[in-house]
Design a protein around this ligand. Structure first.
Ligand SMILES: Cc1ncc(C[n+]2csc(CCOP(=O)(O)OP(=O)(O)O)c2C)c(N)n1
Ligand code: SF4
Length: 250
């Protein structure tokens, strides 16, 4: 009988190897994003003081995926929960991890207030242009013309308004001297990890960081590999991938 050869998973130390197979759908961008985040935490050697908050939505599937002190909350409330932690514990490095629905719809007020106040934390919004967990409804970042469960004929911006550009909004209201703001993409994991390293270094220096990650949701997009990355490319043309604010200390 032929043996099935398996390679041990090459996981970052700050990810939980005991948890078994990922619960994300095959090809989901959350797994790619979390691995880049884990590698960034490993590189900085901050696993022991990092506190990880995940929102509701597919982001919550990360609750046992990271080997970090973790808390799960609802719809953008991850932001105030995490800055509560970092205010109470000045040593803690706080990360609030959420989707575009949680972060930019119901949780938008928290994003605005945390940004304006320059809370000592890193907010990560994984933008897959839909409400993934609940079956792919339109979200604030759904692209013009994009078909979703609630826009079966394509998003009509005359009716819904234009897609939210989170990184631009945050950069416009953040303190440039103390804020790292970037939009990255799961199509370039090297740059994605580098953005996380800079964002976390900035938090170590007492600053506020915001990283929007352009991500993929093949299940709700109903796309194969080729079409998934073709759509991601369209997103990268619509949502500019760049660093918006980089403080001198990073
Ligand atoms: C007040 C409230 N409204 C709606 C829901 C249902 N709900 C749970 S997850 C979710 C969508 C989350 O989408 P997003 O934040 O974009 O994350 P994703 O699943 O795409 O990663 C919704 C609408 C809820 N739990 N509570
Ligand atoms: S529904 Fe989309 S975002 Fe959620 S796990 Fe599946 S592919 Fe990922």
């Amino acid at each position: 009988m032929s043996e099935i050869l398996t390679l041990p998973p090459n996981l970052p130390k700050s990810q939980n190897a005991e948890v078994g197979a990922s619960k994300f759908c095959p090809g989901c961008g959350h797994g790619i994003t979390l691995k880049a985040l884990g590698n960034a935490i490993d590189e900085l050697g901050i696993k022991q003081k990092t506190v990880f908050g995940c929102d509701i939505g597919c982001s919550l599937l990360s609750w046992n995926y990271m080997d970090l002190d973790t808390v799960q909350t609802h719809h953008g409330r991850t932001t105030p929960v995490i800055y509560g932690v970092t205010r109470a514990n000045p040593e803690a490095i706080g990360i609030a991890y959420m989707g575009d629905g949680g972060g930019l719809a119901i949780g938008a007020q928290h994003l605005v207030n945390a940004t304006v106040r320059g809370e000592r934390m890193m907010i990560v919004v994984v933008n897959n242009t839909n409400y993934g967990m609940t079956g792919g409804q339109m979200s604030p970042t759904t692209m013009p013309g994009q078909k979703t469960e609630t826009t079966p004929y394509g998003r009509d911006c005359d009716v819904t308004g234009k897609p939210a550009k989170a990184a631009e909004m945050v950069a416009a209201i953040a303190d440039p001297a103390k804020s790292y703001v970037a939009r990255s993409t799961v199509s370039n994991v090297i740059k994605l990890k580098s953005a996380f390293v800079k964002g976390l270094k900035n938090v170590q220096n007492g600053g506020f960081s915001f990283i929007e990650v352009l991500s993929i949701c093949p299940l709700n997009w109903r796309t194969n590999n080729f079409d998934t990355f073709a759509r991601l490319q369209q997103m990268e043309e619509f949502f500019e991938v760049k660093e918006f604010l980089v403080p001198e200390s990073v």
